[in-house]
Design a protein around this ligand. Structure first.
Ligand code: AMP
Length: 282
């Protein structure tokens, strides 16, 4: 695997990778890699001849009081994991390379980016959409793989890709969970042992609510029960628990089409997100 850190080296590496018409998949990440990220690399390998992974802790998607400074960075370990996973290229730009002096452009995906995590984290999805647009332009991949763990992010990237005719095949990858059900996340490293235990309330609350709604129970009551169980477990604040249209993310008050239940809540100083599908059983 080749590791490159500047745009000239990136273009040289891409030309070599693309030789003989090889297709290219991109897996964008912020590093501190875990089995969830590696599952994306696996999917990328199945779908394309060559796999590039980017690691960039993107300052533009962190708010002023968020965890940019303490976000875990473990470059050497990440490189070894990606080598083992079979990636051919690691793109490791620094902040100056991505946002040189005078940088002034922002990509805003209206509506989809304004609700849910967009409401709780103003500007977050502008930062995400901007950096993903840049990565698509820098690497020009045939496909890009994103985790369903960040369901709203995936919907926003799909919208932007279609709206701006970027021509990338955007692939969603299933959520990888620990054995007890907690979705893997680089931010789980922040959790104390007792918080890690309490955090299980998040997948459990979503599973219960999804079950109740699928069985025909009232949506408002199921969501209220999920919020109550998160609060009882020590989550504070609960930013949202919502049933939404899986594609448009519009709120739904009855289960009449493909839906997703999405939640975000903080335990201690750690903000966690999770989601799952909801399909009618009758
Ligand atoms: P991050 O490094 O957190 O920005 O995540 C990089 C990519 O990995 C995003 O597309 C995430 O949705 C995806 N990802 C993170 N955690 C998981 C997980 N537990 N299962 C599947 N994909 C994940």
């Amino acid at each position: 695997m080749q590791t490159v850190r500047n745009l000239d080296a990136l273009q040289t590496a891409l030309t070599a990778l693309r030789r003989d018409g090889h297709s290219l998949a991109l897996v964008p990440t912020m590093g501190a890699l875990h089995a969830g990220h590696l599952s994306l690399v696996e999917i990328a390998r199945d779908r394309a001849d060559r796999v590039a992974v980017s690691i960039f802790v993107n300052p533009a998607q962190f708010g002023p009081n968020e965890d940019l400074a303490r976000y875990p960075r473990q470059e050497a370990q990440d490189g070894a994991l990606l080598e083992e996973a079979g990636a051919q290229l690691l793109w490791l730009p620094d902040v100056e390379t991505m946002y040189p002096q005078g940088f002034a452009t922002s990509v805003h995906v209206a509506r989809l980016g304004d609700r849910l995590c967009g409401a709780a984290r103003p500007g977050h999805f502008d930062g995400v959409a901007t950096v993903v647009a840049k990565l698509f332009a820098q690497l020009r991949p045939d496909i890009a793989v994103f985790g369903e763990k960040d369901w709203q992010q995936l919907a926003i990237v799909r919208r932007m890709n279609a709206d701006l005719n970027l021509g990338v095949d955007v692939v969603g990858a299933p959520i990888v969970r620990d054995a007890d059900g907690l979705a893997l996340s680089s931010r789980n490293a922040y959790l104390s042992a007792s918080e890690r235990q309490a955090a299980l309330a998040l997948p459990n609350a979503l599973e219960q609510a999804a079950h109740d709604i699928a069985e025909g129970g009232g949506v408002a009551a199921a969501l209220a029960a999920a919020i109550a169980s998160l609060k009882a477990a020590g989550f504070d604040p609960v930013d949202y628990v919502e049933l939404v249209d899986a594609a448009t993310l519009e709120p739904m008050d009855r289960l009449d089409r493909a839906a997703r239940i999405l939640a975000a809540a903080r335990i201690g100083t750690t903000r966690l997100i999770d989601n799952r599908p909801v399909a009618p059983t009758k």
